[in-house]
Design a protein around this ligand. Structure first.
Ligand SMILES: C[S@@+](CC[C@H](N)C(=O)[O-])C[C@H]1O[C@@H](n2cnc3c(N)ncnc32)[C@H](O)[C@@H]1O
Length: 392
């Protein structure tokens, strides 16, 4: 496919997504009915689509319309490219620019950007911007702008199987260049060959897993020790269960309200060589209960940008209720002297410190023993961790 035809395909896919179709579904359906497209075409079109979703407000403002065409026009204007060279109408290229579009394309991007509100330029919904600013203070704009670009690819080294240095060498032998990342002792940032990871022996043999560096930092900050009883109450695909199990030899139990989300955990645990018990009904008491609760995902919107536009005020309020309910439900599962670790990948106070404050005011026998926050400016996704300790 020509570069222009790839832009035209991205426009069609974006129109489906703007009409309500999930991005992954729209991309997969397009690939199925476009057998002529090679892997390079699919990868570039996917990048176009996700870049447009990350910058949906600002690119729509630059392109003059919140449509697939407006977003791709805005993307070209933002990148300083001449859209007339892409919107040619030749072959499979998008139709030529209208007079109004040509006028926008001829205007300096800085002039168009100057007409945007700060929330628009930062690609944050208007209703959320005041909360975003209140939560992040002088890092509000920087944090929002980092969510407008692609996330780095990180690997977690499975310390049960190998060391970071040996994993780096094994990856290099397969054409994957990875360097240590300061957020965690297990974290490697992939700088070349990311598309080879899934097929590599290092990945298949459980030496490394894909995991964000800040997510690894969360696990590294947990009060873990050999011999503990540990419950991962919102385990999902088990990313944090496996990361914890890579650090200590403890008894790990994984639970999730949606059992289907745990399906991947057993094969992943087998690949990593770590024993994990999966249960629908956790019983007994645990030294550490990890609650990596469902949240807005506002710390990881560069990976999952659709979430930014689907979230609304009611949805956020509902998430806060669920988060508090999970803390209330799991507190009795913590042994005396044990820890309830509350984690979100959100940067919003209402999902972080406010939930902890509510919990502490309703549970006098508890105190916050540690609190950490990582922002995208630190290199990984945005994460929050509060270690709540039950008096012994
Ligand atoms: C942020 S994800 C967990 C990600 C996982 N810890 C990881 O690192 O891969 C949150 C999980 O909480 C689960 N969940 C939602 N409501 C829940 C509830 N009331 N009790 C337990 N799990 C819940 C969701 O199904 C989802 O898998």
């Amino acid at each position: 496919m020509t570069p222009e035809a790839r832009v035209a395909a991205a426009i069609d896919i974006l129109d489906l997504i703007l009409g309500g179709e999930p991005a992954e579904k729209a991309l997969t359906a397009w690939a199925r009915r476009s057998r002529f497209a090679g892997s390079g075409d699919r990868a570039t079109i996917r990048d176009h689509v996700f870049d447009a979703l990350r910058c949906r407000r600002s690119h729509a403002a630059l392109g003059g319309a919140e449509t697939g065409r407006g977003l791709m026009l805005g993307a070209l204007i933002a990148a300083g490219q001449d859209p007339a060279g892409v919107f040619t109408g030749q072959g499979h290229a998008p139709a030529p620019l209208s007079a109004a579009e040509a006028g926008r394309a001829a205007t300096a991007p800085d002039t168009l950007s100057a007409a945007m509100t700060e929330a628009e330029a930062c690609d944050i919904p208007d209703w959320l911007w005041p909360q975003w600013q209140a939560s992040l203070g002088d890092r509000a704009a920087e944090t929002a702008k980092l969510q407008r670009s692609r996330a780095p690819v990180f690997l977690r080294v499975n310390l049960r199987r190998t060391s970071p240095a040996a994993a780096t060498r094994a990856l290099a032998d397969e054409g994957i260049v990875a360097i240590p990342h300061p957020l965690a002792d297990t974290a490697l940032e992939v700088t070349e060959g990311a598309r080879r990871i899934a097929g590599s022996a290092a990945y298949r043999e459980g030496l490394v897993e894909l995991q964000d560096a800040a997510s690894q930092a969360v696990t590294a900050a947990l009060p873990l020790a050999d011999g503990m009883r540990v419950l991962d109450y919102c385990a999902g695909g088990g990313g944090k269960t496996l990361a914890m199990a890579g650090r200590v030899r403890a008894g790990f139990t994984a639970h999730d309200a949606n059992p289907a989300r745990l399906n991947d955990l057993k094969p992943r645990a087998a690949r990593a060589g770590v024993p994990v018990t999966v249960t629908a009904r956790p019983e007994g008491r645990f030294d550490l209960v990890l609650c990596d609760v469902p949240c807005s995902g506002s710390g990881s919107w560069r990976r999952a940008p659709e979430g930014k536009w689907l979230l609304d005020r009611d949805g956020l309020d509902h998430l806060c209720e669920v988060q508090s309910a999970i803390l209330d439900r799991t507190a009795p599962m913590v042994a005396e002297g044990g820890t309830l670790a509350y984690v979100t990948c959100s940067v919003l106070n209402c999902e972080n410190d406010d939930r902890v404050a509510d919990f502490l005011s309703a549970h006098p026998g508890w105190r916050q023993a540690a609190r950490h926050q990582w922002l995208p400016g630190d290199g990984g996704d945005g994460f929050f961790l509060s270690c709540l300790k039950r008096r012994g």
